[in-house]
Design a protein around this ligand. Structure first.
Ligand SMILES: [Zn+2]
Length: 1031
């Protein structure tokens, strides 16, 4: 069998003249000059259908849910399929998984997320109940006649806009703390200012039956203590009562005419916190079995144990909707993005089964002859097991003799549960030589540490810090579980205007330095002795690390090079014929005379344009990818360093960018060293190529991530680690069959840390429907926001910011209008009705629009924006969720006896209180905000000082105290940090002191100091757009 399909063609043939692939690969698709799904933002712009030679779609294999689980559940609420009582342990052949304690799954009595403590009594979120009023607010809905409040029928949260006010402009009162109306800043496009659509609203989620099918399954389950299901909170509406908002405006609706100040009750609009807590209450701490096609998984914020029963874990793949529209017309109508966020190396919990490795020896993986899809649960065996039909292209293939097995009475192979590739959504194959570069088995990867030893880094103590840390850190290089030591080799380079290579061969008594001063054409001065095994060369390496700070102690060299450093590292890997990673520690703009020299271009006019980066670095990135060279960049800037250019190589090679502004060894070492440790220890796949295959009728059309694409199908990554996700957009090219569903197979070919070539395969099946309501029911807002963020952050490189913003707002309104028109029961046009699964899309969308990348404000440093843009580009769903809507945790009311992290409150100043203390984290920043009346015992417990006035905000960490408050607080910090790829530095903020401004930017439901709209205003704006679309 030919193994060509996957690797042969493109992967190792980069740098072909004439491909011009780089810019094409990263730019917008040639065919669609505008960002946005259908080329423009009009309501129904058609998308020319994409035609593709389609294979006859004959008697396709039915791809039903995999058979009943083989494991026992202590809780069966998620069990959709048949009975689970039958216990049949997996008996996989092939190499046992690392640390495999037998194929049985761990017991599930284990509760990951302890039931939520009853903090509701103190959490402002509790106020949500009973405050759902039908507010009368500036309603200029198309219908202006007042109408009685009415319930929407159907399940979605609905808001009724009152139609009473005459169509005169009215000012909506803004939430406290947001009283600065931004200057008319048209770059912010629609919704930048409160544009006052009128809404009086009524929240109603009538009906006892939630629309989400998953929730329905759980309907018998009592919610966790302290949190009422959102439905219940909308309860008061059921009675049709119209409560007036306390203190809003006397007299109620009758007085709506005329100018007035009114405020929409934030508690009456959908709360992200409540959605998160409801999901935790109903699905947290349980087992989620992936045995059903199209099943919407628990939210990314809900802790549960995932059990692979035929579809990839949501840790690996999350989709924007788990039900695709059956036709492209329908897709265009709804404009719900069809995308999957794939994190192929995501970390799984210790009590979840690691991936099994299948080894077919020299035969290699079994693949469909036509579409080259890998053997997976979507293949249907026929003719007594002699042949199988491919679930992706319907081709009938012969079963290789060694793989033959009889079928049982229901047509399933007898060895179904013994083979991961037949029964699991995710597994690995050992790849054969056909899958290797030059048909040679790969060598283990290498890590090269490249340290900027210019004056500033020596003087600040940074170089010494790095060298000291490496001495212990190199013992922690990643290794396969069964190996004693890491196979990764290491090498060392220092540089300023020239490069210094070091020979650290184990037989040397002293390390030797070789200087390369011709940085115009870098060469590697030594092969033997440059890349070594740390264990063998430990003493020489430690000797070197001791010497480096002294060696350059007297330096007065302030200029640095940068591109030649990367070139040197890449050449060294190339010469050693291995893939690897460069760890570059760099501080300043590379102004020394050399290729890739950068100027201070901190010109706001270039913001977010392609000119922001230098083409030279694109070409360098392409070379790096072609040679399996990943670049991790640790930046320590004091001023502008052109992150857009310098970070480019990092982004396109699957590397990670870290930035420590104004680095001070004393204050910032813990953060940097923690990042460095985590980065070095990370499980990483090298020299990777990802390919996404789909069943007939749709295909992957666009890819977003820290990736490089040389053609339209192969996603290349010099390396990919556990934190990196690639977001893939799909488009129809034919009708989809409701019976067969929409199947996706993602295969990543990579070199493991021990130098083994492997294929990691993830499969997931989605449903298809001709009913729009099914699409909306199966949406996942967190994945949608991930998609919108990445696509918008890419689009701003080629389109005006204003256009990109408008498209985001327009598409939000469009999706909701389509739902309103086609899925919701008839009701007054002025009523805002949101699908249950997209209830919080507006608030999250507003957060995205307020991110520093999408607000066109000159106060925001260009480097900061470029940094954020690059980070988000490779984020998975969990990271984008918390990045755009930070966690805000009350810590003045901690339950000291309970280990649980307190439930979050909404990110709004209204939720803060003078007597409270709150922790805010978004994955990058971490604040401890203290109200002026924070209880003295809390202050004493955390800071060991008697009062608020004594707290120093200079401190970057809390004193190490041995009391229950301090311990509990540290454990919360540790928990929050453990889930995030970047180490967050704690900032202490006191109420009404200057740094509070910085903190307030993260209160994302409020109007931002950069002019971003408040949630309430944005919702009104979206409502207005919807009304326009519907009229
Ligand atoms: Zn096929």
């Amino acid at each position: 069998m030919s193994q060509q399909g996957y690797v042969a063609a493109p992967p190792y043939s980069q740098s072909q003249p004439g491909i011009g692939g780089f810019s094409a690969g990263f730019g917008p698709p040639n065919s669609s000059p505008h960002y946005g799904h259908y080329g423009d933002s009009s309501f129904s712009a058609p998308q020319p259908g994409v035609s593709k030679s389609t294979v006859p779609f004959g008697s396709s294999a039915p791809v039903g849910p995999p058979p009943p689980g083989t494991h026992q559940f202590s809780q069966t609420s998620f069990q959709n399929g048949p009975s689970t009582s039958r216990q049949q342990p997996h008996r996989f052949q092939g190499p046992p998984p690392p640390s495999n304690t037998g194929p049985s799954y761990p017991p599930y009595s284990h509760q990951l997320q302890p039931a939520y403590p009853n903090t509701a009594s103190t959490a402002p979120a509790a106020q949500l109940a009973n405050q759902l009023n039908s507010m009368q607010i500036n309603s200029y809905g198309p219908g202006t006649a007042p109408s009685p409040p009415r319930m929407s029928s159907g399940h979605p949260a609905s808001f009724q806009g009152p139609q009473s006010p005459p169509p005169t402009q009215q000012q909506m009162a803004l939430p406290p703390g947001s009283q600065i109306p931004p200057p008319g800043n048209n770059i912010n496009g629609p919704c930048a200012q409160p544009s006052l659509p009128p809404m009086a609203r009524q929240d109603g989620t009538p009906g006892p039956v939630p629309p989400n099918p998953n929730l329905q399954q759980l309907s018998g389950q009592p919610p966790g203590p302290g949190y009422h299901p959102q439905q219940a909170n909308y309860g008061p509406q059921m009675a049709g009562s119209q409560l007036s908002y306390p203190g809003a405006f006397p007299g109620g609706p009758a007085q709506l005419s005329g100018p007035q100040q009114k405020k929409l009750d934030p508690d009456s609009i959908p709360s992200p916190i409540q959605v998160i807590e409801n999901d935790k209450a109903s699905r947290g701490g349980q087992v989620y079995a992936t045995n059903t096609r199209g099943q919407v998984p628990p939210l990314v914020t809900t802790d549960c144990v995932i059990q692979d029963q035929g579809h990839a874990s949501p840790r690996y793949i999350r989709c924007t909707t788990y039900c695709f529209p059956s036709s492209s017309d329908m897709a265009k109508q709804a404009r719900v993005p069809l995308a999957a966020v794939i994190q192929p190396f995501a970390t799984v919990l210790p009590n979840e089964t690691p991936l099994y490795v299948v080894n077919h020896g020299e035969t290699g993986p079994i693949r469909c002859n036509r579409c080259k899809a890998y053997m997976c649960p979507f293949m249907q065996f026929i003719e007594g097991g002699r042949r199988y039909q491919c679930g992706f292209c319907s081709c009938i293939n012969d079963v290789p003799p060694f793989f033959f097995q009889h079928l049982d009475h229901i047509g399933r192979r007898i060895d179904h549960y013994e083979r991961p590739e037949l029964s699991l959504g995710s597994y690995e194959y050992v790849a054969t030589l056909d899958y290797c570069r030059n048909n040679k088995p790969p060598k283990p990867p290498a890590y090269i540490f490249m340290i900027d030893v210019s004056y500033r880094n020596i003087n600040s103590g940074l170089v010494k810090l790095i060298c000291d840390e490496l001495k212990t850190l190199l013992d922690k290089l990643p290794r396969e579980e069964q190996e004693e030591a890491s196979a990764i080799r290491v090498g060392f380079v220092t540089y300023n205007k020239v490069l210094h290579f070091f020979n650290v061969k184990s037989s040397l008594a002293q390390p030797q330095m070789m200087v390369v001063s011709d940085v115009g054409e870098v060469f590697v001065p030594l092969l033997d002795g440059f890349l070594v095994n740390f264990q063998e060369s430990r003493s020489v390496i430690n000797n070197l690390l001791d010497q480096i700070p002294e060696m350059f102690a007297e330096t007065n060299e302030s200029e640095t090079i940068f591109a030649p450093v990367i070139q040197a590292g890449m050449e060294a890997l190339k010469a050693a014929e291995c893939a690897g990673k460069l760890f570059i520690f760099h501080s300043s703009l590379p102004t020394a005379e050399a290729p890739g020299k950068l100027r201070n271009r901190d010109d706001k006019k270039l913001l977010n344009t392609d000119k922001e980066k230098v083409n030279f670095y694109e070409a360098l990135a392409r070379d790096c990818v072609a040679n399996g060279c990943c670049v991790d960049l640790f930046l320590f800037p004091n001023q502008y360093v052109d992150v857009a250019s310098m970070g480019l190589v990092t982004m396109y090679t699957g590397g990670t960018l870290y930035k420590y502004n104004n680095f001070q060894v004393d204050a910032d070492s813990p953060q940097f060293l923690s990042d460095l440790r985590r980065d070095i220890e990370k499980k990483t796949g090298f020299d990777a190529i990802m390919r996404v295959r789909t069943s007939t009728g749709f295909r992957a059309t666009d890819f977003f991530g820290a990736i490089y694409m040389n053609n339209t199908t192969d996603v290349e990554m010099a390396a990919i680690d556990c934190d990196k996700a690639v977001t893939v957009e799909f488009k129809h090219d034919d009708k989809l069959s409701e019976d067969n569903g929409a199947l996706i197979q993602c295969a990543v070919l990579y070199t493991s840390i021990s130098g083994q070539r492997r294929l990691r395969v993830h499969n997931i099946g989605l449903n298809c429907s001709s009913q729009l309501a099914d699409i909306y029911k199966s949406c996942e807002t967190d994945a949608l926001i991930n998609f919108f963020a990445k696509s918008a952050f890419k689009a701003i490189l080629s389109q005006p910011l204003k256009v990109v913003r408008e498209i985001l707002v327009n598409q939000t309104a469009h999706m909701l209008a389509c739902y309103r028109k086609n899925c919701a029961s008839p009701s007054a046009v002025s009523q805002l009705i949101l699908p249950d699964a997209m209830k919080v899309l507006p608030v999250y969308m507003n957060c995205l629009l307020k991110s520093c990348v999408l607000v066109g404000r000159p106060e925001i440093p260009t480097d900061e924006r470029a940094f954020h843009r690059q980070l988000v580009t490779s984020m998975g769903v969990a990271d984008t969720q918390v990045f755009f809507y930070p966690q805000l945790l009350p810590i003045h009311s901690l339950d000291l006896k309970n280990d649980a992290v307190p439930a979050a409150v909404r990110c709004s100043e209204e939720r803060l209180s003078e007597g409270g203390a709150f922790l805010l984290a978004n994955g990058l920043s971490l604040f401890l905000w203290l109200g002026v009346s924070t209880p003295p015992e809390l202050i004493q417990g955390l800071f060991n000082v008697p009062s608020f006035a004594h707290i120093s905000t200079e401190a970057m960490s809390l004193p190490d105290l041995d009391n229950p408050f301090a311990k509990k607080f540290k454990s919360i910090l540790k928990h929050i940090q453990s889930q995030r790829p970047y180490t967050m530095k704690l900032m202490i903020v006191k109420q009404r002191e200057q740094p509070e401004m910085l903190f307030r930017q993260f209160l994302v439901e409020d109007k931002s100091i950069y002019g971003g709209a408040s949630y309430v205003d944005f919702l009104c704006c979206v409502h207005k757009e919807i009304c326009q679309l519907l009229s």
